[in-house]
Design a protein. Structure first.
Lengths: 321, 262
């Protein structure tokens, strides 16, 4: 049995509709946030969990972390049913909700950490060595005596992450951890997560909209949409499936004389040269390059792979998400 | 002990709000003076069976411990509204106990910080305006357990309000209603000792009278030390009932809990 087992997970929410004219009672609507989602995750895996807004990602994370009770299906994490044995379960997990805060607003962050030490009953020696390790990896040493309210967003996110990892959780949930961070903070955060995963074999489940996070960190990705799991596998496989448009920019010494391109290739003449877009599944790149070379002397050529965000957008569109 | 640590943290936080403390003291001093002046004016027309010194003492003690009664932890309410409470739910602690400790720290520290300077000033005021000494040393001693039981009671009440907030997501409605009950039935607005005898029999049994009215009555000698265990019994009864109700509400909430957004 895998570390995380999820079978036919279901969760409904009751949403009260807006007040309609002439009616005293509001109508209720049942939204199926999750309809029979199943997956399993092994120890030490780093899994990306993606999907458009409202797909049910956060709902899954909340159920796995014992906050929400599902309406159907089975979940075990390390053999424990999260919502049934909440206290026993949460000892082993760490959670970072990118848009929320767990540290105390008005007190220095070190005090929030001591509270966490007592909450998780971490032995003092262990706490000190772990804190030292985390603060140096997350560049927090200078900030320990600063109240949370004085920290910038990036500093705060690093502080939050440190707080979530003090008790050495075996499983870490990250819900949009890089939201609103600058490039340097993002890179530092990613490096750190990789290190934590390598060093301690911490299982990490990451939900994000930032495809670079996924590319940098996750070997495996799950796509959720309309409360269903739509894809589960390697990121590379997912991208190949939706890698349908590539762009080429080309410049000739003189005007190309007999550039004949097959149908399905879009050609756009600009002042800078020619811009082409084609589908590598229909026309292999090598063939296209041969055609281009026949047409004249090439002075400049750039091949651009499709942007990951565009591919994901194409996928969402195709799957009608 | 995580419950003790959260208690300590909240104490420290309360100490940071010295500006709020000074503002609170000035406000409560003002209210105390106005109320005493009002009762003195009423007494000038028609004296009551309770001496005016005792009424003034009652008013000052109520004002000094105002923070224990009517103050909610806005950060706690914000947590519920914003959903940051999700973090507290992923901790290996009992949620009710965790919040109970937090509320108690705020109420204890908040009221002590205000009560000490206010009572010193109130002792300096002329007789009949300020606070009088306790009826006897024994009365003062018997007031202290009553005050502690009152604190346990008020924290349980506050935790019920928090549980309600988790249902409605906005504390104002239920807080407004419960605060009104608190103001009138706890003796904050109008000393319970001035209510007609028959009313008092009912009111003194209600939970709100256990908070401050019971310890004040010991202080002023309304309750005699030999009645102490009967009064403590009533207080303890309410502590148990209110905590049980709060725990029940928290558990019910956990089942139907929805953390919105994000």
């Amino acid at each position: 049995m895998s570390y995380i087992e999820v079978n036919n997970l279901k969760k409904n929410f009751i949403v009260k509709k807006k007040h309609e004219k002439g009616k005293i009672l509001r109508e209720k609507e049942i939204v199926n946030a999750l309809k029979e989602v199943s997956f399993s995750v092994d120890k030490g895996e780093l899994v990306g969990y993606i999907g458009p807004n409202g797909a049910g990602k956060s709902t899954t994370v909340k159920i796995l972390s014992g906050i929400l009770t599902p309406d159907g299906g089975e979940v075990t994490v390390g053999g424990i049913v999260p919502w049934k044995e909440r206290k026993r379960h949460v000892k082993n997990i760490g959670v970072v909700f990118g848009q929320r805060s767990q540290l105390w607003w008005d007190v220095p962050i070190i005090d929030s950490y001591s509270l966490l030490r007592d909450i998780y009953r971490i032995p003092q020696g262990d706490y000190e060595s772990r804190l030292k390790e985390l603060t140096s990896a997350l560049l927090l040493e200078e900030l320990m005596r600063t109240p949370l309210r004085l920290l910038s967003l990036g500093q705060r996110m690093r502080a939050e992450l440190c707080g979530s990892l003090l008790h050495r959780p075996q499983l870490l949930f990250l819900d949009e951890p890089t939201i609103g961070l600058d490039a340097v903070s993002k890179l530092a955060l990613r490096d750190f997560l990789k290190w934590e995963n390598d060093e301690y074999g911490t299982t990490i489940m990451l939900t994000t909209h930032d495809m670079e996070d996924i590319e940098a960190l996750c070997s495996r990705v799950m796509v959720l949409g309309h409360g269903k799991k739509l894809f589960d596998g390697k990121l590379q496989d997912l991208l190949e499936r939706y890698d349908t448009v590539r762009n080429v920019k080309i410049k000739y010494d003189q005007t190309a004389t007999n550039l004949r391109l097959p149908e399905g290739v879009n050609c756009n003449q600009t002042e800078d040269g020619i811009e082409l877009s084609y589908n590598p599944a229909e026309l292999p790149t090598s063939k296209l390059l041969a055609l281009l070379q026949e047409a004249g002397n090439i002075s400049e050529l750039t091949l651009q792979p499709q942007n990951t965000d565009h591919m994901i957008a194409a996928m969402y569109k195709e799957l009608d998400l | 002990m995580p419950y003790f640590t959260v208690f300590k943290m909240r104490l420290r936080m309360e100490l940071q709000y010295r500006g709020a403390m000074i503002g609170g003291i000035v406000c409560q001093m003002f209210f105390g003076l106005i109320l005493v002046a009002l009762y003195r004016a009423l007494y000038a027309g028609k004296p009551q069976s309770i001496p005016i010194e005792s009424v003034a003492t009652y008013v000052w003690l109520q004002q000094a411990f105002f923070r224990m009664m009517l103050a909610s932890d806005s950060e706690l309410v914000d947590k519920i509204k914003s959903g940051d409470i999700a973090y507290d739910m992923c901790r290996p602690v009992d949620m009710y106990g965790f919040y109970y400790a937090r509320i108690m720290a705020q109420k204890l520290m908040g009221s002590l910080m205000r009560a000490v300077p206010m009572l010193i000033v109130a002792f300096l005021l002329p007789k009949g305006w300020g606070i009088s000494l306790p009826a006897s040393f024994l009365e003062l001693i018997s007031a202290i357990p009553a005050l502690l039981l009152g604190l346990l009671c008020v924290c349980a009440l506050e935790n019920i309000t928090v549980a309600f907030t988790m249902k409605t997501l906005d504390p104002r409605g239920i807080q407004g209603l419960l605060n009104l009950l608190m103001m009138t039935l706890s003796g904050n607005l109008f000393p319970l000792t001035l209510f007609p005898e028959s009313w008092q029999k009912v009111i003194t049994f209600l939970p709100y009278a256990q908070l401050l009215d019971a310890p004040i009555r010991f202080y002023t000698g309304e309750y005699l030390p030999n009645e102490a265990f009967r009064i403590y019994g009533i207080q303890a009864f309410w502590v148990v009932i209110l905590i049980a109700l709060g725990v029940y509400m928290w558990n019910a909430n956990k089942k139907r809990m929805v953390v919105q957004g994000g």
